[in-house]
Design a protein around this ligand. Structure first.
Ligand code: PXL
Length: 273
């Protein structure tokens, strides 16, 4: 297949399906579309959930993940890759193998460990494989504070977590400060990019169990990287996009009841530099 120069960049998400469409692959595809990228996906798991509760999780066979990755990568010119829920060790291994063979493609890892509703979305040996084999390949890893604590093995604030994670794993980290009790009406996310520390303050908009914000942020950063932004600029624009998506969410009355993050895909123009 050939693609004209004017085609939108293609972004691949390797992640789980969320039936409520607030998180997972569905959040990623909505975000990519909103930011003018064409999203393709390789599904790792199917999660039966509505906001606030997960009732069943089924993992895809790693061979089926491999087939999806082979199919999309041989048909589309992938400009950036995002990973979300990776479920278990075999799926992490398959993902690492795929990404290792493509070192020039930016790789954004959202290290999903559990759903906001509490259910584990990555087995413990999957987590240790992710730390050893996948994180070293990352352009950026985007944990929230509980995920940062599990990756580090100790509890620090968002700023020190970003610095310590960079020191421990060698790649760039964006640690989201939403779970940090230190600020009330403001959230500060901290990034350690190639050893330099950056702050990304933004108003606290979250309602307690709105889910999908982490997926949306990392997907937005991935889409901006696919457009050619530098990593720090992509984080800045991704943060801005998440703020807008959340504001829209609060203005959409039916959605207030369901608490799955919605997206408005007519925002491409407002995101252009
Ligand atoms: O937000 C984390 C998350 C990621 N991926 C999938 C999910 C969830 C759940 O809240 O279901 C597939």
């Amino acid at each position: 297949m050939t693609f004209p120069d004017t085609s939108p960049p293609v972004v691949l998400t390797i992640a789980g399906s969320d039936s409520s469409a607030g998180a997972g692959v569905q959040a990623d595809l909505k975000t990519f579309a909103a930011l003018g990228a064409y999203g393709v996906n390789a599904i790792t798991a199917i999660v039966a959930e509505a906001p606030g509760s997960v009732s069943a999780v089924s993992h895809v066979e790693h061979t089926l993940l491999r087939a999806q990755l082979k199919r999309v990568s041989s048909s589309f010119p992938i400009a950036a890759i995002k990973t979300g829920m990776l479920a278990n060790r075999k799926i992490v291994r398959e993902t690492a193998r795929f990404c290792r063979a493509r070192p020039s493609i930016p790789l954004i890892i959202d290290p999903i460990l559990r759903a906001s509703a509490g259910k584990s979305l990555l087995s413990s040996n999957g987590r240790s494989y992710l730390k050893r084999k996948l994180l070293p390949l990352a352009t950026l890893v985007t944990p929230n504070l509980p995920e940062a604590e599990l990756l580090l093995g100790r509890s620090l604030d968002a700023k020190d977590s970003a610095l310590s994670l960079h020191e421990k794993f060698g790649c760039s980290f964006l640690v989201k400060g939403g779970h940090d009790p230190g600020h009330s009406d403001e959230v500060v996310d901290y990034a350690c990019v190639h050893g330099e520390l950056y702050e990304f303050p933004h108003p606290r908009l979250a309602v307690p169990d709105l889910h999908g914000t982490g997926c949306t942020l990392s997907a937005a950063i991935t889409a901006r990287m696919a457009h050619g932004d530098d990593l720090v600029v992509a984080i800045e624009k991704g943060t801005h996009y998440l703020g807008e998506a959340m504001q829209e969410h609060f203005h959409w009355p039916e959605q207030a009841a369901s608490r799955a993050l919605n997206h408005f895909p007519n925002r491409v123009d407002s995101e252009e530099p």
